[in-house]
Design a protein around this ligand. Structure first.
Ligand code: PHE
Length: 346
């Protein structure tokens, strides 16, 4: 192909493009023309570009230069046509754009999870009763989870089937009888030990956090849940004080008409021990356990049990939360379905 023929077809193309673009009247038609002339697949400019290969090599630079000019010219003709048509879309006047009489769109705000709300509420109530807040690790050793709490080696609570013992880099699976075997704590009573190991007496603390037990999930069980642990150690702490604290707590949290019942029970780390029930909606509901700190626990920590006494309690946070909010299935708390959770706005 000669250079002249090539330039002629380029000029022909440019003329045709200019003519049709000068008279284009709708953005749909403009789009058709864009595809026709510069479309990446079958655009006319592409077809002409292909011809360049047939030009003698000495003329190719000149052909290329002319090609670029024409391509740019078509491109700017397209742009000015698009501008003339109002940027390719229909022009809308300001009046049409905003209708101040329409209802607004409410912005979606985040909120605290019902369990977090409950934890904050419980901290607030217990804080006013003089308890300070502490925390302990969720990954524990058997010393804090069992041994120091007077739970003997052969106690069923230590069974590997009832606990999440961990495998670590150094051990495939920890031997539950080792003092430093690791597990996800099964109770927040671990924090009683940690606090008495590190803090001077007297002390009055609560600790709120997650605990783990390999229970099959159903409406009232979940393999992870929260407990509120309480511990008061001082001289002459009595069972009567334990009962009034749990009673005061119950009326602050559930209302003044709540009834409280203590049933004799057994925990290795308290003596005597009780289960704590609250009367709620015509039902007695068990909220947790409590008792006087067992002298064996004090002894394991080198605390003189003749001089010091204390009480401890552990309540289920999910139960407290569910009662208050009217939630009947614990699994709903952990499905992360915002349509459900949003009902419990803080
Ligand atoms: N740790 C016990 C449990 O998980 C509850 C408890 C705490 C009982 C403190 C007595 C004293 O069931």
């Amino acid at each position: 192909m000669s250079l002249q023929n090539f330039v002629d077809s380029l000029d022909g193309l440019l003329n045709e493009a200019k003519q049709s673009l000068d008279s284009v009247a709708s953005s749909e038609h403009l789009e058709e023309l864009r595809v026709k002339f510069v479309g990446a697949k079958n655009g006319a400019i592409k077809a002409v570009q292909k011809l360049m290969g047939a030009i003698e090599s000495e003329h190719r630079p000149a052909a290329g230069k002319r090609f670029n000019e024409v391509r740019d010219a078509i491109q700017s003709a397209l742009e000015s046509a698009s501008e003339r048509l109002g940027g390719g879309s229909q022009k809308i006047s300001n009046e049409q754009l905003v209708d101040p009489t329409l209802p607004g769109i409410r912005p979606v705000l985040g909120q605290l999870h019902p369990i977090t709300q409950t934890i904050e509420h419980l901290k607030d109530i217990m804080g006013r009763l003089g308890f300070s807040i502490t925390e302990g690790p969720e990954i524990e050793d058997t010393w804090h989870n069992f041994m120091a709490l007077n739970i003997p080696e052969d106690h069923p609570a230590r069974d590997p089937l009832d606990n999440f013992y961990l495998a670590t880099a150094s051990k495939q699976m920890h031997n539950p009888t080792d003092r430093d075997a690791m597990l996800l704590r099964s109770q927040t009573s671990t924090v009683q030990i940690r606090v008495m190991e590190t803090q001077p007496l007297p002390l009055r603390i609560i600790s709120l956090g997650r605990v783990y037990r390999p229970d099959a999930p159903d409406a009232t069980h979940f393999p992870m849940f929260h407990q509120m642990e309480g511990l008061w150690v001082d001289k002459n702490v009595t069972m009567a004080q334990l009962k009034s604290v749990l009673r005061l707590f119950a009326t602050s949290y559930l209302g003044s008409d709540v009834k409280v019942r203590f049933r004799p029970s057994f925990f290795p780390f308290t003596e005597p021990s009780v289960e704590v029930d609250y009367w709620w909606n015509n039902n007695w509901i068990e909220f947790g356990g409590a008792g006087m700190v067992d002298p064996n626990v004090f002894q394991a920590l080198g605390i003189d049990s003749e001089k010091w006494s204390g009480f401890a309690f552990g309540l289920g946070v999910e139960r407290l939360c569910m009662r208050r909010f009217g939630i009947v299935d614990i699994r709903d708390l952990y499905r992360s379905d915002v349509r459900f959770l949003r009902q419990f706005a803080s």
